[in-house]
Design a protein around this ligand. Structure first.
Ligand SMILES: NC(=O)c1ccc[n+]([C@@H]2O[C@H](COP(=O)([O-])OP(=O)(O)OC[C@H]3O[C@@H](n4cnc5c(N)ncnc54)[C@H](O)[C@@H]3O)[C@@H](O)[C@H]2O)c1
Length: 461
């Protein structure tokens, strides 16, 4: 019925056919989503596509204006089309006025950012601002759903704040519904979740949140119902485990480099074991993004504040820094001293399919190259606007091939598939020296040698 190419279920079709995995009346409800970022926009547009009537709140005026014009201020496949279609059907609108927007809603989903503070702990400032307003404007019977990733105990504190304003869990229940979407495939993931986690103390509120999802789900999805704190922990534990898995395969690749074993074959065979699984076994320049770094940092902080030493999580962070350094070491191995060398970089976003550069490994790696005296020309198919702000000291080129002329080395940092299709003959011919560091294993040693490159991959032989 749906596929990554056509990820959108038709709400009318499913309502008529009754394809929902859970029985009960299929009626759209009024939903307010607070925060028009990656998670908020996908959630708002996804629920609207299910048939709910959704208003999405965004307090950044420039972003709001873009959204009201049907434009998404970042790159995420299928999202703009989904938003426009649902705006057109009057199921989705955008607003800035929180007090007005929550009036008459049945469920209020909070999706504001919880970025890292200078201490490494989650900054809950945006969430507290929202709760402050809600504690004045929320109405009895409305459900507050925390979709942002929040430290264990946050829902309890939100309940306390609401209680001090006269709203107990029976009048305004607070539910956690952590989000597991992956940037780059976020729209597909919304309609094809592997699980939905709903944490709370109010059975009615939990049933209600189930109902919101049930309207559009085209296949049975495991729903994990638990308490608030467990739902909060599930999100952190999942992300820390994913970072650990990537960290492991990155270290494995380093060893494979030295002992002449192909890490891709090893990872493939490992992944065939269902206890291990094939995902997140691709070595690279180090993990990053808007979630893993901040979530592992908060997780370690939670351990510390409870007197629990989280040795594995700490080692995973340390190994990741070492992974960034190992990319610079590889460039140095090929070009010698970096001072005065020109390095071409392919890929700036933290992964392919997104323009997001938050927590991207490309930032520390490029910074280290610059500190060592190299100059950088870089290209990314989606993130040039973000890169111009975050890395003003490098030249961003309009085409991938523009990083080649006079370069001493090209470094592939992000796994955009189009980099495989570049005219590597002409790239090689225009370089000062034919050196290639392939952090994503997009080329093979055979192909790279065919073009005359001195080639260092990530664990391929
Ligand atoms: N990005 C992901 O891949 C992802 C995946 C799973 C979970 N999460 C979690 O979801 C949460 C949101 O992440 P994100 O990447 O969407 O963040 P984001 O920074 O992209 O979006 C947050 C949005 O909320 C807006 N905002 C802040 N305060 C507001 C207010 N008072 N009223 C209205 N709007 C307000 C901001 O302007 C911004 O547009 C975080 O806790 C994150 O950890 C993110």
């Amino acid at each position: 019925m749906t596929s990554p190419k056509n990820p959108l279920p038709d709400p009318a079709y499913h309502a008529i056919q009754g394809h929902s995995p859970i029985s009960g009346p299929l009626v759209g409800v009024n939903i307010c989503v607070i925060g028009g970022g990656f998670v908020g926009l996908v959630t708002a547009a996804g629920f609207a596509q299910f048939g709910h009537k959704v208003v999405c709140l965004e307090n950044d005026s420039a972003r709001l204006a873009e959204l009201q014009a049907g434009r998404v201020p970042f790159f995420e496949r299928d999202l703009e089309e989904l938003i426009r279609n649902n705006m057109h059907c009057n199921r989705l609108s955008f607003s800035k006025d929180l007090e007005e927007a929550v009036d008459g809603q049945e469920a209020i989903f909070i999706t504001v950012g919880t970025p890292p503070s200078s201490s490494g702990r989650a900054d809950l400032g945006a969430l507290h601002e929202v709760i402050e307003v809600l504690s004045r404007s929320v109405q009895t019977g409305q459900i507050i759903v925390l979709k942002s990733t929040v430290p264990i105990g946050t829902a309890s504190r939100v309940k306390e704040i609401l209680a001090s304003n006269g709203y107990g869990d029976r009048t305004v229940p607070v539910v956690n519904n952590p989000e597991f979407l992956r940037e780059g495939t976020a729209v597909y993931d919304f309609f094809h979740p592997q699980r939905i986690v709903i944490g709370g103390d109010s059975p009615d509120a939990i049933e209600y949140v189930k109902h919101i999802y049930r309207l559009g789900m085209t296949h049975p999805v495991p729903i994990v119902v638990t308490n608030n704190a467990t739902a909060e922990m599930i999100k952190y534990a999942s992300n820390v485990f994913l970072a650990t898995k990537i960290g492991f395969v990155n270290e494995l690749a380093g060893l494979c480099d030295q002992v002449g074993v192909n890490v891709l074959e090893v990872a493939h065979a490992m992944g065939l074991d269902p206890r291990i699984g094939p995902d997140f076994l691709n070595p690279g320049p180090g993990w990053g993004g808007s979630c893993l770094p901040k979530d592992i940092s908060e997780f370690i902080g939670q351990g510390q504040s409870h007197g629990v030493q989280l040795h594995i999580a700490r080692a995973v962070v340390e190994a990741n820094h070492r992974q960034f350094e190992s990319v610079v070491d590889k460039v140095r191995k090929l070009v010698g001293e970096l001072d005065g060398k020109q390095i071409g970089v392919l890929g700036l976003s933290f992964k392919a399919g997104t323009s997001d550069m938050r927590g991207s490994p490309t930032i520390p790696i490029i910074s280290m190259l610059l500190e060592a005296g190299a100059t950088i020309k870089a290209f990314d198919p989606a993130a040039s606007r973000e890169a111009a702000q975050l890395l003003p000291m490098i030249e961003i080129t309009p085409q991938a091939s523009d990083v080649a002329p006079d370069s001493d080395c090209i470094v592939i940092l992000t796994e955009w598939p189009e980099f495989q299709l570049l005219d590597w003959w002409s790239m090689a011919e225009r370089m000062r020296h034919r050196n290639l560091v392939d952090c994503r294993n997009l080329l093979s040693p055979e192909v790279a040698h065919h073009y005359g490159f001195k080639y260092l991959s990530t664990g391929q032989v």
